[in-house]
Write a protein that binds this ligand. Structure first.
Ligand code: NDP
Length: 313
């Protein structure tokens, strides 16, 4: 059997990153996690890193401010996965990855790089709205740097993180589902795709030694999880045995409210607009040069929307 790649996770303390560490270890990869010097006395992060070590990961010290430190850690592994922050209401550091790309280029040994993507495919968002397009633009800058450096890559388009979208019944600003009411975005009929964050990590790890995913975009589209907001609400109503009171927010109202918010909020709302009013995640067929994760890996028993939502009962 082929040797399993050694993996470095950058951003391993994060919301998605910690799941990538777990999945990498679970799939038997020798797993290295970057311990940034800048963590300082962030006790939660340090404790999380120590727990990775207890589970068998290697912690490696490095800094985005020290190129040679990054080159040194990259040289230890075959595959680099970056899950650096990219949500403005939390933190957005996507362009810092250019430093990681420089290190990977100099190290010269990396067989696959998965940059911090894990959302809407930025290549399909050339016409995205301001200010949220910054997320896609920055991710495309990183893609260009990767491709110009000739670094082998896989881009994971993970669609909607379930925790954000299902938790809030697809309403921005909510991450727990109400048992009383819901506001539909428009008619609530645009389809989107919801993926359990642990499943995103599992599928991502599955791609790294797979020649079918080399230099490709992999979309994660679990077939049962392609649903409209109304369908998500129906699933929740079935689970709680009660109908919610429904209202609706028109496209014009949504955009008007968006303009009154601060910058970080506007970025997030722009993304909801493209997903929920335009249906940007589910309104295209996967073309040549791309793959779909649940087809590539039918053995993964993904979490359905209904299963995910039972955790809120
Ligand atoms: P987090 O906000 O949890 O941050 C991840 C990690 O980024 C941190 O733990 C830290 O890692 C690293 N980081 C933060 N600031 C800095 C800095 N100044 N310098 C270096 N590293 C830093 O990220 P998420 O898990 O929320 O996001 C990961 C990816 O997923 C992003 O690309 C994001 O756009 C995408 N995403 C997609 C969503 C969707 O619905 N499709 C929803 C949310 C995110 P450490 O300290 O370990 O170095």
């Amino acid at each position: 059997m082929a040797m399993k790649s050694k993996v470095l996770i950058v951003g391993g303390t994060g919301y998605l990153g910690k799941r990538l560490v777990k999945a990498s270890l679970a799939h038997g990869h020798e797993t290295y996690v970057l311990h940034r010097e800048e963590i300082g006395v962030d006790i939660e992060k340090v404790q999380r890193l120590l727990s990775f070590k207890q589970q068998g990961a290697h912690l490696v010290i490095g800094s985005f401010n020290d190129h040679q430190s990054l080159v040194k850690v990259v040289k230890l592994v075959d595959v680099v996965i970056c899950a650096i922050s990219g949500v403005h209401i939390r933190s957005h550091q996507i362009l810092l990855q250019l430093k990681l790309v420089d290190a990977i280029k100099e190290a010269g040994n990396v067989k696959r790089f998965l940059p911090s993507e894990f959302g809407t495919d930025p290549a399909r968002m050339e016409n995205a709205m301001e200010p949220g397009r910054v997320t896609f633009d920055d991710k495309m800058v990183v893609r260009r740097a990767i491709e110009e450096a000739g670094i082998p890559f896989t881009y994971i388009s993970a669609n909607c993180f379930a925790g954000y979208f299902l938790g809030g019944l697809c309403q921005p600003g909510f991450i727990l589902p109400s048992r009383e009411q819901v506001r539909l975005l428009g008619d609530g009929n645009q389809k989107a795709i919801y993926v359990d964050e642990d499943d995103i990590a599992t599928y991502s790890i599955k791609t790294i030694d797979d020649p079918r995913t080399l230099n490709k975009t992999v979309y994660i589209k679990p077939p049962q999880n392609i649903l409209s907001q109304r369908e998500v609400v129906q699933i929740w109503e079935k689970l709680i045995g009660k109908e919610l009171l429904k209202s609706s927010i028109s496209e014009q109202e949504f955009l008007a409210i968006m303009k009154e918010q601060d910058y970080a909020e506007q970025v997030g709302l722009t993304h909801y607009y493209h997903v929920c009013y335009e249906g940007c995640l589910a309104n295209f067929e996967i073309g040549d040069g791309a793959e779909e994760a649940s087809k590539l890996y039918p053995e993964v028993k993904y979490t359905t929307v209904e299963e995910y939502m039972t955790r809120y009962l």
